[in-house]
Unconditional design. Sequence first.
Length: 113
Amino acid sequence: MTDTEPVTPARPQPVLVTLPAEIDMANADAAAEHLAAAFAVGVVVIADMTGTTFCDSMGFRMLVRACRSARASGTDLRLLVTSPNVVRVMKILGLDAVLPLCQSLEEALAGRD
């Protein structure tokens, strides 16, 4: 009998989902579907909001729902947000305590260990 090394399963590569420049009632549902299509058990999904400069209440609501849906499906969703205006509104609404916000791709890839 030969000795074998235990096999460590490979971690799936993070999935980057780019969200639109403006997220509002006109496109929040489509953005949610785009995100949800990447959700799977054990997958890290990074919602790239680096180009997002505006997000209304429907957009923020969609992000909260997407975060809940991701958790329920075993997905680790991280939001990559760099717009000072979007971050400011998230903080005013208290969403920075609810949503996994990252300010750089490196931070998003590293996660919140």
